[in-house]
Design a protein around this ligand. Structure first.
Ligand SMILES: [Zn+2]
Length: 450
């Protein structure tokens, strides 16, 4: 058994943190979460605290990054300047995609995932579409790129859901994939399913999910094939949705309806589905998403970086969509920043304050994100859940003097000092125990850009 004594811990369904909480785990599961009444005096039955690791600061459940493209990390700082939009950014992203192979993908993803661990992210959803070799030729193992991600997450010490994306066409009109996009394609949804069926990682830290890249990339008549595959296997299904008005316009031109309506008509929406972005939904789209309990993964730092716009987060939550968070393009890897942006962007849009409370933001960053990735047993400091702990210091220049309840409005990823994933310490004193993160990031990015 392992024991930790948290100065403060954010317990499930609490509006604010609780002081002096003893947390115990065995075999990677929480076995006891005990508030010690009286400001640190052991409660009845808790006799010896000498072997407990002290966690000064605020301890949170594991944070889930529900939307990642690991290789986009190579673009940080290279695409932010100057003019352009999502589409010009995408050309640069394709240039990196064109250069990756399983070895360089492993190195880059390992470094990116280790950066996530440092930021308190214990589980990542990798929306993975870089499947094949140059020109679209499959590798000897057609899932070699997925296998590289699995190994990368193992080295970084975090859990992974491989959201294997069907990416079949270049536009809503069914245009063929060209250039670097050919590496993404399996031909059709049946061949996509055949490839994914052959990939069943047994590793304890990995789960599988499905993804529809977008209505641009999967023809309408094949949407149900992907959705049906996820449903049959009881796996999560993710889809990029209405990140750009241009996607809505193209969908209306070809199908006479919005992307959300198209997904609804082909059985894609539902409580196991997560729509990523949902930045430009109509009022009817918001109702379709909410009524079906489709989740929405917001990626505010990417949406701002790509000049996408601000999605109607409050309206979608009220309609019934659980909200999760993703770092997507990795311009920023900081779920504190993503979480507070959900509230702050809503303020900019509405010129009113107070749409989401601190506990709402914690929920989005932890339990909802894990659930969206198929880990219903993580994201809460509760007995039986996975033993994930993320400790945020309260004595940094950013957090000193901040009440624990205010951490999500004050801290950054750099304030994370201690991270435990499934009972194993991955980060201590702000340092990753097995990966030299800055060096590996520098070298792996240089390798794909040189
Ligand atoms: Zn994305």
């Amino acid at each position: 058994m392992t024991r930790w004594l948290a100065e403060y811990a954010w317990l499930p369904d609490h509006a604010e943190p609780t002081p002096d909480v003893l947390i115990e785990a065995t075999d990677g599961r929480l076995t006891a979460v005990t508030p010690l009444a009286g400001g640190g005096s052991p409660a009845a039955g808790v006799e010896v605290l000498g072997d407990a690791t002290r966690l000064p600061g605020l301890t949170l459940p594991g944070l889930a990054d529900a939307h990642s493209h690991a290789f986009h990390r190579a673009l940080r700082g290279r695409t932010h300047d100057g003019r352009g939009d999502f589409w010009s950014w995408r050309d640069l992203m394709y240039a990196v995609a064109a250069r990756l192979d399983p070895d360089s993908y492993l190195a880059l993803a390992r470094a990116a995932y280790a950066e996530m661990a440092l930021a308190g992210i214990t589980c990542v959803g990798e929306f993975h579409y870089l499947h094949h070799g140059p020109g679209g030729t499959p590798y000897d193992d057609p899932n070699a790129m997925s296998a590289a991600l699995v190994e990368a997450a193992a080295h970084a010490g975090i859990r992974l859901t491989v959201l294997d994306a069907a990416y079949l066409t270049a536009g809503v009109d069914g245009a063929e994939l060209v250039g670097p996009q050919r590496r993404f394609g399996d031909g059709d949804a049946l061949r996509w399913a055949e490839r994914v069926d052959a990939f069943r990682p047994a590793d304890e830290h990995v789960r599988l999910g499905a993804a529809i890249h977008s209505v641009r990339a999967v023809p309408a008549e094949q949407l149900a094939t992907v959705a049906g595959w996820a449903d049959r296997h009881g796996l999560p299904l993710h889809v990029h949705l209405s990140e750009q008005p241009a996607e809505n316009d193209a969908c209306r031109a070809v199908h006479g309806c919005t992307p959300t309506r198209l997904l609804a008509d082909h059985g894609v929406l539902g409580r196991h589905t997560t729509a990523v972005h949902a930045t430009h939904p109509t009022a009817a789209d918001v109702a379709l998403l909410g009524d079906s309990r489709t989740g929405v993964c917001l990626c505010p730092t990417t949406e701002r970086e790509l000049a996408d716009g601000i999605g109607p987060a409050r309206r979608m939550a009220e309609a019934g969509s659980p909200l999760s968070l993703g770092s997507d393009s990795h311009a920023v890897v900081d779920l504190f920043e993503e979480a507070r942006a959900v509230e702050l962007d809503e303020r900019l849009r509405t010129r009113k304050r107070g749409h989401f409370g601190a506990a709402d933001l914690v929920t989005a960053a932890t339990v909802t994100g894990h659930a969206a990735l198929g880990w219903g047993d993580a994201g809460r400091l509760a007995v039986g859940d996975r033993a994930d702990l993320v400790t945020v210091r309260l004595d940094s220049a950013r957090t000193a003097g901040v009440p624990p309840v205010g951490v999500f409005f004050a801290a950054t990823a750099a304030d994370v000092t201690h991270v435990v994933v499934d009972g194993r310490t991955v980060v201590a004193d702000g340092r990753h125990l097995t990966v030299d993160v800055p060096t590996e990031l520098r070298d792996s990015i240089a390798a794909v850009l040189s």
